[in-house]
Design a protein around this ligand. Sequence first.
Ligand code: ADP
Ligand code: ZN
Length: 607
Amino acid sequence: MDIHETLQRVFGYPRFLGQQEAVIEHTVAGGDSLVLMPTGGGKSLCYQIPAIVRDGVGVVVSPLIALMRDQVEGLRQAGVRAACLNSTLSYREVLEVEAAAERGSLDLLYVAPERLLGERTLELLARTRLALFAIDEAHCVSQWGHDFRPEYLQLSALRDRFPDVPRIALTATADEPTRREIVRRLGLGRARRFVSGFDRPNIRYSVVPRNRARAQLMRFLETRHRGHAGIVYCLSRRKVDDTAEWLRGEGVNALPYHAGLPGTTRQRHQDRFQREEGVVMVATIAFGMGIDKPDVRFVAHLDLPKSIEAYYQETGRAGRDGQPADAWMVYGLQEVVTLRHMVENSDAGEARKRVELRKLDAMLGYCELATCRRRTLLAYFGEEAPESCGNCDNCLAPVTTWDATEAARKAMSCVSRTGQRFGAAYLIDVLRGRDTERIRRFGHDRLPTYGVGADLGPREWHSVFRQLVARGLLSVDVDGYGSIRLTGESGPVLRGDVEVLMRRDVRPVAAKPRRPRGEQESPPDPATWDEGLWEALRKRRTELASAQAVPPYVIFHDSTLREMVARRPRTPDDFSQLAGVGDTKLRRYGTDFLAVIAAHEKASAQG
Ligand code: ADP
Ligand code: ZN
C-alpha cells in the first residue's frame, strides 16, 4: 500500500493535513526529521504511516506509559499491528511482544525511554528489522524545558547504534532554544525541519475578570459545556479538592487530580477521564503532558498560569479533534499577589527569578489585552496573525477603553496618603468614602482622597487597581497582606503627566454567543440533525467500548458519529465514505452502526 491508500484504508481519512504528507514522504524515503506541530496537528500519522509502509517495525519512544495502552488500542482498532513494552507488562507478555517484533509481525512498537536503552531491548532491536525510530515529546530532552526526562538524553545513542534507521523527533513545544537543544542532543543536525503554524483556530480564548469565580465557572459550564469533558486548572491541591467537591455537589461529574493523591487514585481518575464521557478533571498542573483525549471541550483556569508558554500548553489540551473548544480563564488581583509571592520566595537564583517575573508580567499583559488574544499569543511564539481572529472574546465582543487618568491618580494618591500599607479592598473603601470603624480608627476619613472616588463602583475600582498592578504602575507587597505600594513608574501618572487608558471590564451580560468565523464545525443542520439518533449512536459506541474496556473515542470520534447523523449511510459502501472509517472499522463496526441508523429511520417513519 502506498501512503495515500494507507491513509484512506487504515485510518479512513481522505486527505492529509498540513505538512503530514511532506513529513511522511521524507520519512518513507529514509530521511531524518524534526517535526514541530501544534497539539492536534496530527503528529501521530507522521510516523505511523511510514512505519506501516516501510519494511520492519517502527519503534516509538514515548514518555507517557499511562497512555501507551490507549494509543496501541487505537491502532489495533484500525487494524494496525501495534504493541508496547513498558513496566506494566508481565514477563510473559514481554516475551510475546519481543517474539512478534523479531518475527516481523508488528508495525509499531511503543517503548518507554528507560526501557529502550536497556541491553535487553537494544539486543532485541539489533536482531529486528527496523522501519524507523519516532521520538515523541522530543522536548523532554531539553534541560530547560518543563518536562525534562534524563532518560531522553541517552537517546543520542540510537544514531550511533542504528545509523541507517531513519529518526523522526516530534514536539508541540515551540520556542527556538528548545528546538536547538533537541537537534543538538539527539544528533539531528542533518534532519529536515518541518515547522507548522501554531495557531489553534478552533480554540476560543477568553479571560474574564474575577468577581465570584465559582458562579462564573458554573455559568460558563451551563451555557457552553453542559455534559462536556474538560479540565479545570487550579494552583493548589487544596483548591483542587474543594473545587471538585463543590462541582460534584452541583451535579457536575468532576474528579480531582494532583500530586498529593495516591498513585492509584490518580491513575483511576485519569482512566475515567479518558474512558467515560463528560468527565471534568479538576487538577493542578501535575495533570498534564500527554493527555491525548481528542474531545476535551474546554480548559478553564481558576488561577493564572506562570507564563504564556504554560498557558498555551495547558489550553492546547482542548479540542485536539479540531472541533470547537474553549480556553477560559478568570483572573483577578489576588492571583498576581499569590504568584509574585511564589516566585519571590522560591529557592531559585536571582537571575532565574527575574526571568520568571518577566514571564509573569507577559501573562498579565495577556490578561489585560483589549485587542485580539490569538494575535498576541502567536506573536509571542514569533508567528504573525491578522489583526482580528474572530474567535476570542475581544474579537467577538470588542471591549471599549476609557480614560482612566483621573481614576489612576486618585488611586495612587490614596495609596500614598494611607502610607502604602493597605490592600485594595480597604483603599477602595476610602476612595468611595465608606463609613467604617477601621477607616475612622486610622483617621483616613479626614484625608483629601476620602470619598473622591464615589463616582465608581467597587468592581470598577478593583479593575483600576488590577490594571495598574498588571502594568507595574503599582505593586503588591508580598507580605501576605497584599499591601499596595507605589513603584518607580508611579510618578508620572500621579503628577498627571501621562494619559492612562484602561479596558472596561464589564461586558454586556449574557450576550448570545455568536457563531464566529473561526469555528470549524458548522452548526448542526436542523434539516438533518436528529438528537435521538445521535444519542442512540453514542449509546451503541459506549456499549462496544465497555465490552472491550477501551475508551469510546478509539472506536469512533464524535466527528464520525456526527457525520453518521448528517449523512445517514445505508450500505457498507456509504459507511466507508465517512471520515474516520477505514477497512477494519468498517468490517468490525459497520453492521452495528448501520443497524442503529436503520432502526432509527424505521421508527421515525412509523412515528
Ligand atoms: P497530535 O499528536 O499532533 O496532537 P494527533 O496525531 O493525536 O495529534 O491527531 C489529532 C487528531 O487529528 C486525531 O483525532 C486524528 O485522528 C486527527 N487526524 C490526524 N490526521 C488526520 C487527517 N489527515 N485527516 C483527518 N483527521 C486527522
Ligand atoms: Zn481574536
